[in-house]
Design a protein around this ligand. Structure first.
Ligand SMILES: [Zn+2]
Length: 246
């Protein structure tokens, strides 16, 4: 019998735990509100115990556990960074060590959308491809990037945070410290200062999620207005490119 994997997805609203095969088949799962009890780790542990019981004797072959959390993660150390906006109790926790001690299993922790991107790359829409980008529009805009078979994490774990790419440099301040991030205009949060309640001014300028997806799925040539495309070098220029010489 092949060995099984325990997967846990911690979300801002609910947490799910499942037992999966090495081929990606889910053989049992359970979910519960993330904030139902004081410590999200207690929610995880209760769910894991529940799903272990649900799969019966097959639980004995669980070899490893993986956890996705909605925040930056130092994957090598299994430690969560900050901010973990939707589950602040997890910020700065050494989750891999804490959970590994309780489960007596090796535990790997990663950002939830990175885990989603790896899942799509291994078993879903990106199977057989070298690279892909996953955009997860929800309370915020999350993203995971697989490039040539490796997750792009960046120097401090923010490598795939495309939701915090500025699209309006003088826009409203975002909780990340930047201004005019795409998450402000296109996510469920919709407001940099009052989570869950977009200001009327932002709502007027904000694209709906459906509109963003519709625009993103167009062919690039049709999404760029011709008048914004400036030829370079300008046609009037007589100068020719010269080799660079300091
Ligand atoms: Zn931001």
């Amino acid at each position: 019998m092949s060995r099984l994997i325990l997967g846990v997805d911690v979300g801002g609203t609910s947490t799910a735990a499942g037992v999966v095969t090495a081929d990606g088949d889910v053989i049992g799962w359970q979910s519960a509100p993330t904030h139902g009890v004081a410590d999200p780790l207690a929610t995880m542990t209760a769910l894991i115990e529940g799903v272990r019981k649900a799969v019966g004797r097959r639980a004995d072959t669980i070899a490893v556990a993986g956890v996705g959390v909605p925040g930056p993660v130092d994957v090598a150390r299994g430690r969560i960074g900050e901010p973990v906006t939707h589950v602040p109790a997890l910020a700065r926790r050494a989750l891999a060590a804490e959970l590994g001690e309780r489960l007596r299993l090796p535990v790997f922790v990663d950002n939830d959308v990175n885990a989603l991107a790896l899942g799509e790359w291994m078993f879903g829409a990106g199977r057989g491809k070298r690279s892909l980008v996953v955009l997860a529009a929800g309370t915020g805009i999350g993203a995971g990037i697989v490039l040539d078979g490796r997750i792009v994490r960046g120097a401090t774990g923010f490598g795939g945070e495309l939701g915090h790419v500025p699209v309006k440099f003088d826009g409203p301040r975002c909780f990340c410290g930047g201004r005019g991030c795409v998450s402000i205009y296109a996510s469920g949060r919709g407001s940099p200062t009052r989570p869950g309640r977009a200001s009327p001014a932002i709502r007027r300028r904000c694209w709906s999620r459906r509109r963003v997806i519709r625009r993103a799925s167009r062919r690039p040539s049709s999404s760029v207005p011709r008048r914004t495309v400036t030829p370079w070098p300008p046609r009037s220029s007589k100068r020719r490119a010269r080799p660079w010489a300091p």
